[in-house]
Design a protein around this ligand. Structure first.
Ligand SMILES: Cc1cc2nc3c(=O)[nH]c(=O)nc-3n(C[C@H](O)[C@H](O)[C@H](O)COP(=O)(O)O)c2cc1C
Length: 158
């Protein structure tokens, strides 16, 4: 299964660490939106898109990248993020904008992942931020397990 992960990560490269942990199991290529042509994604069977969360959504560059993707028919995608505050419910809310764009393009979003990451935004920097040392080894293991689960679920359905 040919897989590409497109990630945008800048605050502490938290989401980039997660992308690489996922890529190992999936044998995936990892790219930033600015270094991949949206048309190139046609060549992949599975597409992962991820970024940090800003104001309750994925960072604008990944949303803008998703908007430029050509329409597809039932291609599989997964979504991931890191954020200051965690939780499944929040993840589904934070992922809504990207999920809606991908679904409208014809992608089938097979699974979603998030974990917390170091956040020194705004006043938080005055006391060293929150989620120090996250993502940690366990977060990276969870990200790798997540990608393994995707592979298993896709092969079961084929
Ligand atoms: C400008 C800015 C806005 C943020 N907004 C949110 C937010 O709305 N919700 C949240 O949970 N975390 C928020 N965060 C925290 C980041 O999503 C979190 O630190 C993330 O792990 C950063 O990812 P990165 O290192 O891959 O860029 C924000 C961080 C920054 C810098």
């Amino acid at each position: 299964m040919k897989t590409i992960i497109v990630v945008y990560s800048y605050h502490h490269k938290n989401t980039e660490k997660i992308a690489h942990a996922m890529a190992g199991k999936l044998n995936a290529v990892v790219q930033y939106p600015q270094s991949v042509n949206p048309d190139e994604l046609q060549a992949y069977d599975l597409v992962g898109l991820g970024a940090g969360i800003d104001s309750g959504k994925h960072y604008a560059p990944i949303l803008q990248f998703a908007e430029t993707l050509p329409a597809v028919k039932d291609k599989k995608a997964f979504i991931f993020s890191t954020s200051g505050l965690g939780g499944k419910k929040k993840m589904f809310r934070d992922h809504k904008a990207l999920r809606n764009i991908l679904t409208a393009k014809g992608y089938c979003v097979v699974d979603e992942f998030s974990c917390v990451g170091l956040n020194t935004n705004s006043f938080l920097k005055h006391f060293g931020g929150i989620n120090k040392d996250r993502p940690n080894a366990e977060d990276l293991r969870n990200a790798a397990d997540f990608s393994e689960k995707i592979i298993q679920n896709i092969s079961l359905k084929q």
